[in-house]
Design a protein around this ligand. Structure first.
Ligand code: ATP
Length: 358
């Protein structure tokens, strides 16, 4: 169990900054996720931690030890990758023992630790099988057992569930989370899948173009995105432009032809962009305060909820979601409806995309 510190870490490929000034700390025992779109630098940062890449600027510490010049095999890291990277010709048991043998662990202890690891990933009954005739989920469990059996100070996982089907991904991610908590291993997890990140992490770092955009708990990342990139990348947002005047007590907002008043202790005057989550817009049949008229343009049934695209009087389209509906009582296309915007629970950004009001 180890704390990981990044001190102004920058990694270049040619003139391109793949990771730009990463400066943050991962706490002991934390499940920490690097999340972002393809090419944002997640894997590069993970590889710098593993020692596969050397950053050009800055330092990485494991606890108090600076590891810039420590080779990969001396970093005591367990790793799990998307493509499993297990030996197809060895049995499950031999795969798990591999790292222990390489470390010269005595036979008896090796047996005991390998069986413990197999038990943790629920694979003891398959110990003598070879991975080539096993499912993707089982192969990933072998990779996980092999990573934890060495008792690493740090567990690194790079898109470990990407090759699995949707149902298995959900099962495996909760298994990984359980295992990580049981073993209390500091874990850094890379994914481009926001739902996966929200489900497993203690904290998430959202990355874009090599830069960390925000680090926060899943709940805070969703509820208080710090900039427009995060609001757009995590969940769905309706971005609505308006004018805001906030005096430290109250804000008056002009938006979509309506005037809204919110409580706030901030001061601001100028153009703003609201990132309004679909569940922060309520639909109602009748007009009241803070409502705008619109027409339902399309209805999408999503199982436990329905999504409605609504065209407002000004021509703007917004996405609204309603939960716990009866499948046979969906609202209908072309119906006139009133939308109630819950702006007081919504983040506002200035024209540059930086958060100004919540
Ligand atoms: P993905 O989810 O697609 O794996 P990522 O967020 O992990 O993406 P990286 O693989 O870290 O992104 O890549 C970050 C940037 O660095 C990209 O622009 C990529 O093209 C570039 N890059 C990565 N590895 C190399 C390399 N070995 N040589 C040159 N450029 C590289």
């Amino acid at each position: 169990m180890q704390k990981i510190v990044f001190e102004h870490v920058t990694k270049y490929f040619g003139g391109h900054r793949a990771v730009n000034d990463a400066h943050f700390t991962i706490e002991e025992g934390e499940f920490f996720t690097l999340l972002g779109p393809s090419g944002c630098g997640k894997t590069t940062l993970l590889r710098a931690i593993a020692g596969f890449y050397r950053q050009e600027e800055g330092s990485i510490y494991f606890g108090a030890q600076k590891i810039n010049d420590v080779p990969t095999h001396e970093r005591n890291i367990g790793m799990v990758f998307q493509n499993y990277a297990i030996f197809p010709h060895m049995t499950v048991y031999e795969n798990v023992c591999y790292g222990l043998k390489a470390r010269g662990i005595p036979k008896k202890e090796m047996e005991q630790r390998a069986m413990e690891a197999l038990e943790l990933v629920e694979l003891t009954h398959l110990r003598d099988r070879v991975p080539s005739d096993m499912s993707g989920g089982q192969q990933q469990r072998i990779a996980l057992a092999r990573a934890i059996v060495i008792r690493p100070g740090l567990l690194l996982m790079d898109e470990p569930l990407s090759n699995l089907d949707a149902k298995l991904r959900i099962k495996m991610r909760s298994d990984i989370r359980r295992l990580q908590k049981e073993l209390n291993i500091t874990t850094i997890y890379v994914t481009h899948d926001q739902e996966e990140a929200l489900a497993v992490s203690d904290r998430i770092a959202v990355m874009s173009e090599g830069q960390i955009q925000q680090i926060a708990s899943p709940q805070d990342i969703y509820a208080y995105p710090q900039n427009q990139f995060v609001a757009n990348f995590i969940g769905t947002s309706n971005f609505l432009e308006g004018e805001c005047m906030a005096n430290g007590e109250e804000a008056t907002v002009h938006l979509l032809g309506g005037e809204f008043r919110l409580r706030t202790n901030k001061t601001y005057q100028g153009k703003v962009i609201f990132a309004l989550r679909p569940e922060r817009i309520k639909l109602q049949a009748n007009q009241s305060d803070n409502t705008l008229a619109g027409q339902i343009e399309s209805v999408t049934f999503l199982g436990e909820k329905a999504s409605y695209l609504i065209r407002l009087a000004e021509g703007m389209l917004i996405d609204v979601q309603e939960h716990a509906i009866e499948p046979h009582s969906l609202r209908k296309e072309k119906d006139t409806i009133f939308v109630n915007l819950q702006l007081d629970k919504t983040t506002m950004f200035d024209q540059s995309g930086k958060e100004v009001l919540y």
